[in-house]
Design a protein around this ligand. Sequence first.
Ligand code: SF4
Length: 74
Amino acid sequence: MATCEKLAKCPFYQGKMSMETGLGSMYKQKYCEGDKTTCARYMIATKLGPDYVTNSIYPNMTEMALKMIEKNQK
Ligand code: SF4
């Protein structure tokens, strides 16, 4: 599986978001270097645009992402 093209700029991947020990690298493996299409940040960025992706959104927040997309999509 290809790595996410947003790696270089994504605050999550760049370690600019605080996270619990251990979980960060697990998420990076699962989403950033695994399946980016299931990443909440990626989903929101591609459906609504990068402005919607705040630093409080973590890759595993898919349920919230789906709700947010549903609410904001025209
Ligand atoms: S957190 Fe999501 S958007 Fe950011 S680099 Fe990883 S897969 Fe891509």
